[in-house]
Structure formats: C-alpha cells, structure tokens
Design a binder for this molecule. Structure first.
Ligand code: HEC
Ligand code: HEC
Ligand code: HEC
Ligand code: HEC
Length: 492
C-alpha cells in the first residue's frame, strides 16, 4: 500500500486497487436520481450507476487518486483535493498499521500470546479499518491503517455520488443511510474517536496490554484535535465557530466520560456474569486506577523524604478510580456550568463511583459489582445527557479563571494532588482561551500568558529517564497555575 500510495501521489499509475476501478471523480453522469427522490431504488442509483459492492469502500486507495483527494499540496488551495496527501504524509493514523510490525508491537503480541501483532484482531480493531467491515479485510487494505473509512465510514454506497452537486442537498440522515458518517460537529466527531482512543465493549487497552508495552490511553478530544494535522478547509466547518475550542473541550469531556463509565459498566457486567457462572473473572481492571498508586520507581531518589511528602497518594493502599477522567468531570462541572447555577453534575457522579470502591477497592462480590454497575450506568447517563445539553448550547463559554479553579480545589483537595488532574487543568486553561488557537499551533493569547502556559506545560513533563511523575509537586503546580496571567475574557 505504501508503494502504491507514493506512486499515486506522484501521479504514476501503480498496480493497486485504485486503477482497476475507474477514478470516480471524473465521471459525471447526466441523469441523477438521488436517494429519497422519485425513481430512487433502495440502493442509491445515480444515472444508472449502481454502487460497486465488490469494491472495498473503506480502502484508502479508492479515495486517494490524484484526481480525487490525492492531489499535490504545492500550489493547491483546495484542501479537500489533497486530504489524502496530508493524511499520508503527516497524519499519525496513516502509520497505525505500520507500527504493528515494529519490534515493540511484536514483543507486545508475543507476551500476550496473540501471535503476530499485524494479524491479531485485538490490535487490528484499533490500528486498521477492520472494525468497519464484517468481512476480514485483505492485507493491502489493512495496511492502510486508520484510513478514510475509519472516520468517514464505508464509502461503497456513497463514493460514486458524493462529488455531485446534488450530494450537497442531501440531508444528514439521507447521507447516513448510505453509510456516510457525519463529522461536522464536536459531538459526532468525538463519538468517532472514542472507540479507539478510549475503548468500548469490543476493543480496549487494558492493563495487560499496558503491562506488555502499550501506551496508556489518556484522551482529551480538544487537545487531540489540536495535535492532529487537519486535512480539510476550516471555513464553514465546526472550526469556524467562535467557541470551537471551548465546545470541543466541553462536549468532548462529557462524551468521553460517558464512554469511560460505559466501559466500567461493561467490565462490571462481565465480571458479574463470570462469577455467577463460576468462571475466572477479571476485577477490577487495573488500568482504570491511578497508575502511580501502585507503580513507584524504586531507587534512591524516589525514597527521598522530600518526594514522599510532595507526591503522597491521598488514599494510601487504595488506588483512586480514573484520576484522569474524574478530574475532567470535575473541571467540566466547574468550568462549563453557567455561573450562579452550580448544581451537582458529572464530576460529583464520578466521585460517587470512587466511594463504591472504598474501602476495599479490589473486592469482587456480587453486591459490590451490582452497585458499581448501577453507579456506572448512572454516570454514563448523566455524562451523555450533559454532552447533549452542551451540544445544543448556542455558545459555550468556559470559565477557567483562577477563582473558579481555586474554588474547585478547595472543594476537592485530594484530587488535585494527582498529576493527571494537573494536566487536565492545563488543558482546560488552554481550551478556555488561555493558550493556543484552536486548530493551529499558533499562539492566540498574549505572549506573557502563552509563555506562562508553556512553562506550566514544561513543569508537567516527566524528568528525563523517568517514566512517572515522581517529581511532580502539586503545591508548586498550583502556585504556578495561579500565577498564569489570563486574558480578560477568561477572568470572571
Ligand atoms: C482500543 C484501541 C486499541 C487497541 C485494542 C490497541 N491499540 Fe495500540 N494504540 C491505540 C491508540 C489510540 C494509540 C495512540 C495512543 C496515544 O498516543 O494516545 C495506540 C498506540 C500504539 C503504539 C504506539 C505507537 C506510536 O507511534 O508510538 C503501539 C506500538 C501500539 N499501539 C501497538 C498495539 C498492539 C501491538 C496492539 C495489540 C496487542 C494494540 N496496539 C491494540 C489504540 C489501540
Ligand atoms: C481520524 C479521522 C479521519 C480520518 C482517518 C480521515 N478523515 Fe477526513 N475528515 C475528518 C473530519 C473530522 C473532517 C471534518 C468534517 C466536517 O467538519 O464536516 C474531515 C474532513 C474531510 C474532508 C472535507 C469534507 C468536506 O465536507 O469538505 C475530506 C475531503 C476528507 N476528510 C477526506 C479524507 C480522506 C480522503 C481520508 C483518507 C485518506 C480521510 N479524510 C481520513 C476525519 C478523518
Ligand atoms: C480506528 C481507530 C481510530 C480512530 C477512529 C481514531 N484514532 Fe486517533 N489514533 C489511533 C491509533 C491506533 C493511533 C496511534 C497511531 C500510531 O502512532 O501509530 C492514533 C493516534 C492519534 C493521534 C496521535 C497521538 C500521539 O500520541 O501523537 C492523534 C492526535 C489522534 N489519534 C487523534 C484522533 C482524533 C481527534 C480522532 C477522532 C476524530 C481519532 N484520532 C480517531 C486510532 C484511531
Ligand atoms: C493496583 C495496582 C496497579 C495499578 C493501579 C496499576 N498497575 Fe501496572 N502493574 C501492577 C502489577 C502488580 C504489575 C506486575 C504484574 C503484571 O504485569 O500484571 C504491573 C505491571 C505493569 C507494567 C509492566 C511492568 C513494568 O513495570 O514495566 C506496566 C508498564 C504497568 N503496570 C503500567 C501501569 C499503568 C500505566 C497503570 C495506570 C493506567 C497501571 N499500571 C496501573 C499493578 C498496578
């Protein structure tokens, strides 16, 4: 696939799927019938053309021809004509399958007893487009990694029509009925990232994978969107909304929390069924707990009294449930609720789950599992409702002013001792407008603020050669955070 893609880029026809089917973009049919119009069959029939069901609608080759989305970047102003080129050259998703061939992936798969990583369904579920297809995908399509189809959906029923002017007149449900995935707003976009970046009932990065060498997944939609090279023109898209960064953060955090709670519910249900059937069960899932409650670097420095005093686990012997996502829930409650109507929300519901795990966090009896299940479903419902409510707001203004954050801190001091919570705090300050402009790496805020935020970010980096935040000092972080000069619009 790589060779083929490179050839396409250079305008050379290489022997790959793309050329066995005529390049669809240059076909213009005279008489169109669109779905829902008189004459339309159940399958979209356009000008007598029927979707080619044998074509692999998810393959990148079918989108990336030079005349479609694989045009050259240089001297070209029409981003969508080189979406493929951007994906291919700059997008981490294009390498998602390739990494399965790397020694670390091979080691990982070997220690998990999965055979070869690039053939293991467990890896392909997130590192390729396999989840988009019920049939096993051929190797050349798997090699595309996380390609166009992973986000835009299987294109076998819309590819041949989506470049007609009439396509633009189709409603979202009409397009979706053809398998096209709407990604036009924060809600639909984040829902698309979640299965791979958080996990769901069919795919997960659990502690087994992490212990075997997989990076821990800590997702924050707004930040990931910022990091991700954009392959479309922002004009007229979600990016052109004034509150894009705030909206992405708020809707993203609520939807993510919903997914995290749903995953806990799935795990509780599975454990419960296994116990009832007297099968071996897995409970609790360690990756949901504070990593650093259990993982302490051994060695002279970590045992130094100074460090022990600074980064003390607030619940000794008892790892906290999801410090990354629970702090996000709390920040959401604090920053996104219109001032004056601070009511208990998703952050509080998330903290309630922790209470079920206390004091014996690892006990797996039926009664405990039932309670976890109940709480987890409750949180999922609350977070889902919050995501929907936020999405309908005309404008989202985040209040990440120091006085809001201070109030939060006073209310929940143990939470803010976690490095995870500190990173989330940095991210909300950025999303609220204290940091970089949405969709770019350019600075938005005045230089002074930007510099202070950069310093804050630096202070959160792990020290060289150390893969834990054992040098993190929550008291110091908070002083530094409170010293960031925020621009007027994020002050109360
Ligand atoms: C639930 C989805 C999911 C599953 C299952 C999964 N991964 Fe990943 N993997 C990801 C995501 C998402 C990232 C990127 C993490 C990040 O940077 O936030 C990633 C990153 C990686 C990386 C690091 C890539 C880099 O560029 O640094 C490797 C290596 C990897 N995965 C290998 C594997 C292997 C091998 C398997 C199967 C044993 C596997 N993954 C299963 C989602 C998944
Ligand atoms: C990780 C998810 C992801 C992947 C992979 C991906 N896209 Fe996109 N793409 C998006 C999102 C999100 C948008 C913005 C959609 C919007 O706002 O309507 C977008 C927008 C586009 C647009 C602009 C659409 C328009 O209405 O103007 C084109 C064209 C496009 N993508 C083509 C591709 C092609 C070709 C590939 C594969 C080479 C690809 N995309 C891979 C997520 C993805
Ligand atoms: C089909 C699964 C899948 C989907 C859907 C998906 N991703 Fe990814 N994403 C991955 C994998 C796997 C990686 C790791 C790739 C690698 O490094 O090899 C990754 C990596 C990334 C990275 C780079 C992370 C890093 O550490 O540098 C960003 C940013 C990212 N994804 C953003 C998004 C966003 C935003 C969405 C939703 C619009 C999305 N992804 C949808 C699987 C997916
Ligand atoms: C309740 C305690 C506990 C929690 C919480 C926990 N782990 Fe572990 N972890 C262990 C134990 C015990 C082992 C060794 C046995 C094993 O491999 O499962 C281990 C092994 C590992 C290993 C492989 C051995 C090594 O040190 O290189 C890694 C990596 C790891 N954990 C990372 C994490 C990360 C990241 C998190 C948080 C997302 C986490 N763990 C949460 C107890 C925990």
């Amino acid at each position: 696939m790589r060779v083929c893609a490179a050839a396409l880029f250079a305008g050379i026809v290489a022997p790959c799927a793309a050329e066995t089917t005529p390049a669809p973009c240059i076909v213009r049919s005279p008489d169109l019938t669109l779905p829902g119009q008189a004459g339309a069959g159940d399958a979209a029939t356009l000008g007598g053309m029927r979707p080619d069901r044998s074509a692999l609608g998810v393959s990148v080759a079918s989108c990336g021809t030079v005349s479609c989305h694989g045009g050259p970047k240089a001297g070209n102003h029409d981003v969508q004509s080189f979406a493929f080129t951007i994906w291919m050259n700059d997008d981490p998703h294009a390498r998602a399958y390739e990494v399965l061939h790397e020694p670390r992936s091979r080691r990982m798969a070997r220690s998990l007893g999965l055979g070869e990583a690039h053939r293991a369904q467990q890896c392909l579920a997130c590192h390729s487009m396999q989840s988009e297809s019920r049939e096993p995908l051929p190797p050349e399509v798997l090699a595309d990694g996380v390609g166009c189809g992973s986000c835009h959906g299987d294109s076998s029923r819309w590819q041949h029509i989506h470049y007609f002017p009439e396509w633009k007149q189709l409603s979202t449900p009409q397009r979706e009925s053809l398998g096209y995935r709407d990604l036009s707003n924060a809600s639909t976009r984040v829902q698309n990232c979640i299965p791979c970046h958080v996990g769901d009932a069919s795919r997960e990065v659990n502690h087994d994978l992490i212990a075997a060498g997989h990076p821990r997944l800590s997702f924050e939609f707004a930040a990931y969107q910022r990091l991700w090279p954009r392959h479309w023109t922002p004009a007229g898209k979600a990016e052109s909304q004034a509150d894009f960064a705030q909206r992405s953060w708020a809707v993203g955090q609520a939807a993510t929390l919903e997914a995290v709670a749903s995953l806990l519910a799935v795990r509780a249900e599975r454990a419960s069924e296994a116990i009832a059937a007297e099968r071996p069960h897995r409970w609790p899932e360690l990756s949901e707990f504070d990593c650093y409650a259990c993982h302490q670097t051994l060695g002279p420095r970590s045992s130094a009294a100074g460090h022990a005093a600074r980064f003390q686990n607030p619940f000794p012997g008892q790892p906290s449930w999801q410090p990354w996502y629970v702090s996000a829930g709390r920040l959401l409650e604090a920053a996104a609720s219109p001032s004056g109507q601070d009511r208990p929300g998703v952050g509080t519901a998330a903290v309630d789950i922790r209470k079920v795990f206390e004091p014996e966090w690892s006990v797996a009896d039926q009664e405990r599992l039932d309670r976890v299940l109940l709480e987890a479903r409750g949180l999922a419902r609350a977070a889902g409702a919050s995501a929907r409510e936020l999405a309908t707001r005309e404008r989202i203004v985040l209040d990440a002013s120091h006085h809001r954050l201070d109030a939060l801190l006073a209310d929940a001091p143990p939470e803010w001792r976690f490095w995870d919570a500190a990173v989330q705090t940095l991210l909300v300050i950025e999303a609220a407008g204290g940091g970089r402009a949405a969709g770019s790496r350019q600075a938005a805020a005045p230089g002074q603020t930007r510099q202070a935020i950069e310093e804050l970010r630096e202070s959160l980096r792990f020290a060289p050669g150390v893969d834990s935040p054992r040098h993190f000092d929550p008291v110091r972080f908070n002083l530094d955070r409170a010293a960031v000069p925020l621009p007027a619009h994020v002050q109360p």
